[in-house]
Design a protein around this ligand. Structure first.
Ligand code: ADP
Ligand code: G6P
Length: 492
C-alpha cells in the first residue's frame, strides 16, 4: 500500500463479514492540518495523498508495526477492518481499500486525550514495556478506555456475520473480547497482543487489573509474541482470579481459553521485491552519494519512542567518535525517527533529549556540510525505507524492550545482496529468532559500543553468512504464516 494510489470506494450499507479485524488504528490515517507531512517527506514520497471522493478527506499509511503486519493479511484474505480513522469527531462512512472493508470508529477529542494518549499510551504502554518510563494512572482515563472499548465491541458486533471470526488487536482494546462475547456468543474471538506482556509483579500495579484480565479472557485464543508472555498470562489468571490452567489453557466457567506464542513477522516477499527494484537500488546509491560516500553508513529507523533505545544508540556513537574508534566522514549515522504520540509528555521529553544529543554530536564532530548524524523526524514511503535499508552497512535496533521489532526483519529481508550487519537488542522479541544478528544488552553502554564496532568491522563473508541464515528463517516465518498459525489454532 502506498499513498497516492488508494483505490477507495465509498461503502455505505453495513455488509457483514466472516472475518473481522478490530484494531485501534485502521491501515490508513486521516491527515489533519496538524499532521500534514513536511514538504521534504512528501518529496520523498511518504505521503502523497488523494482525498476520498465523497469526503475531501486526505489519507496516508498509519504508523507502526501492527499495520505493516496486518495489512497484507487482510488484503490476501479479504474481510472488514474496524478501527479509528485518525481524526476526531464524525468518522468517514465505511469504505473499501484494496479489497478490505474499512469500518471507522469515532473518537472525539476527549477520547483521544483519555483513552488513547492517557490509558493506552501513558498507563499501559510504559507498564507493559518493563516500566522503562513511569506509568501514569488516572481514573477518568480508565473510564474512557472502558467506553471506547465498548464502542469498538459494538462496531465489531455490527459488522460480524453469524459465526464469524473476529480478531481483536493489541493493548488499546483489551476489554473488547469479553464485551463482544457478551453481545455475540456465536463468534470465534481471537486476541493478539503486539507488545510485551509484563511479569505478574508489574501487571499487578495496574489499577483495574482484574477488569483487563477478564476482558482478555473473553477471547477463545490469546496470542503473544513470546512463550514467556503466554506463561506469564496463564499464571496471572491463577494468581489474580484463582482460575485453573493446564499447559497454556485456562478454564473460565464452562469455556476454555488458550494462550500461545505467535511471533509476528513481515511480508518478506514484498520487502524482497521492493529492495530488488532497480529504482530502489539506484536510490540507495544516491542516498550514499548524498551522505558523501562514507565507508560506513549506520542506520536507525524507529518511531520516536522511549522504548526504542534511540538515545543510548546516539550516545554509543558519540563516545566511539570521542574515543577515535570511529571517525567522521568515514562513518556517518542516519537516524529516522517517525513522529509518534506527540501530545504525550513522555514523548515530548524524549524528543527534546534526542534532539539535544543529535545537536551535541554534530556540534562536536560534524564539519560544514558533513554532519555526523543525519536526523530525520519524518515518515517515509516503503520505497524510501527499502532504499535506506539497502544503503546502510550497519542497522542498529536497540530497544530497551520491544514486543517484536519489524524494522529488524525488514532490514534482513531487504539485503538480498547479503551485505549489511544487524545490531540487535536482546530485549527485542526479534532476538529470539534472528540469532545471527550482533546481539547486545542495550543497558550496557560498553557492550553496545563493542557490538557496533564488531558489526562495522565484520568481514564480508561472515556478514553474508549471518544475513543468509536470518533470511532463510524469515522466508519460512513470514506474516502470512503467522496469521495462518493463529487462525488455525483459533479453529477458523
Ligand atoms: P513499532 O510497531 O513499535 O513502531 P516495529 O519496528 O515493529 O515498531 O514497526 C515499525 C514499522 O513502521 C515498520 O514496518 C517500519 O518500516 C515502519 N516505519 C518506521 N519508521 C518509519 C518512517 N519514518 N516512515 C514510514 N514507516 C516507518
Ligand atoms: C505499536 C503498537 C500499535 C500501534 C503502533 C503505532 O506498533 O503495537 O498498536 O498502532 O505502535 O502507534 P500509534 O499510537 O501511532 O497507533
Amino acid at each position: 500500500m502506498t499513498g497516492g494510489t488508494l483505490p477507495e470506494v465509498v461503502w455505505d450499507v453495513v455488509t457483514r463479514s466472516g472475518f473481522v479485524v478490530v484494531a485501534n488504528r485502521m491501515p490508513v490515517d486521516e491527515v489533519s492540518p496538524a499532521t500534514t507531512p513536511s514538504p521534504a517527506a512528501v518529496a520523498a514520497g511518504s505521503a502523497a495523498l488523494r482525498p476520498l471522493p465523497a469526503s475531501g478527506r486526505e489519507w496516508r499509511r498509519s504508523p507502526g508495526g501492527l499495520v505493516t503486519a496486518l495489512h497484507p493479511v487482510l488484503v490476501a484474505r479479504g474481510g472488514t477492518w474496524v478501527g479509528w480513522a485518525g481524526g476526531v469527531g464524525e468518522p468517514p462512512e465505511p469504505f473499501e481499500l484494496e479489497g478490505v472493508r474499512l469500518h471507522p470508529v469515532r473518537l472525539d477529542s476527549v477520547d483521544l486525550e483519555r483513552y488513547y494518549e492517557g490509558q493506552s499510551n501513558a498507563s499501559i504502554w510504559p507498564l507493559y514495556h518493563d516500566a522503562v518510563e513511569t506509568p501514569v494512572y488516572r481514573r477518568r482515563w480508565r473510564e474512557s478506555y472502558r467506553e471506547v472499548n465498548a464502542r469498538f465491541a459494538a462496531a465489531a458486533a455490527e459488522v460480524a456475520a453469524p459465526g464469524a471470526t473476529v480478531w481483536v488487536q493489541d493493548y488499546q482494546l483489551q476489554l473488547v473480547p469479553a464485551m463482544l462475547r457478551e453481545q455475540r456468543p456465536d463468534l470465534r474471538i481471537g486476541f493478539f497482543l503486539h507488545i510485551p506482556f509484563p511479569p505478574i509483579e508489574l501487571f499487578m500495579q495496574l489499577p483495574g487489573r482484574a477488569e483487563v484480565l477478564n476482558g482478555l479472557l473473553g477471547a477463545d485464543l490469546i496470542g503473544f509474541q513470546q512463550k514467556l508472555a503466554a506463561q506469564n498470562f496463564v499464571r496471572l489468571a491463577r494468581h489474580l482470579l484463582g482460575l485453573r490452567y493446564r499447559g497454556q489453557t485456562v478454564k473460565v466457567e464452562h469455556r476454555e481459553v488458550k494462550a500461545g506464542a505467535f511471533p509476528i513477522s513481515i511480508d518478506v516477499a514484498e520487502m524482497e521485491q521492493l529492495a530488488a527494484n532497480p529504482a530502489v537500488q539506484a536510490r540507495a546509491k544516491q542516498i550514499r552519494a548524498e551522505l558523501g560516500d562514507p565507508v560506513t553508513v549506520v542506520l536507525g529507523v524507529d518511531r520516536l519512542d522511549y522504548t526504542k533505545g534511540i538515545e543510548l544508540r546516539l550516545k554509543a556513537f558519540r563516545e566511539l567518535l570521542a574515543e577515535g574508534r570511529l571517525a567522521v566522514p568515514d562513518t556517518v549515522m542516519v537516524q529516522v525517527a517517525t513522529p509518534s504520540r506527540e501530545r504525550v509528555e513522555h514523548y515530548q521529553t524524549l524528543r527534546i533529549r534526542v534532539e539535544r544529543e543529535v545537536g551535541r554530536i554534530n556540534g562536536e564532530f560534524g564539519r560544514v556540510g558533513v554532519p555526523a548524524v543525519h536526523y530525520l523526524h519524518q515518515s517515509y514511503s516503503r520505497t524510501e525505507l527499502a532504499a535506506l535499508y539497502c544503503a546502510a552497512d550497519v542497522m542498529m535496533v536497540t530497544p530497551l524492550r520491544d514486543g517484536m521489532n519489524l524494522v529488524a526483519k525488514e532490514y534482513v529481508a531487504a539485503r538480498a545482496d547479503t551485505g549489511g550487519a544487524l545490531v540487535l537488542s536482546e530485549f527485542a522479541g526479534a532476538a529470539t529468532e534472528l540469532r545471527q544478528a550482533f546481539l547486545c544488552n542495550p543497558y550496557d553502554p560498553e557492550a553496545v559500543k563493542e557490538t557496533l564496532l564488531r558489526a562495522v568491522h565484520v568481514p564480508p563473508p561472515e556478514a553474508a553468512r549471518r544475513i543468509r541464515a536470518m533470511q532463510r528463517h524469515l522466508r519460512s516465518h513470514d506474516v502470512d504464516q503467522w496469521a495462518r498459525n493463529f487462525l488455525a489454532e483459533l479453529g477458523s
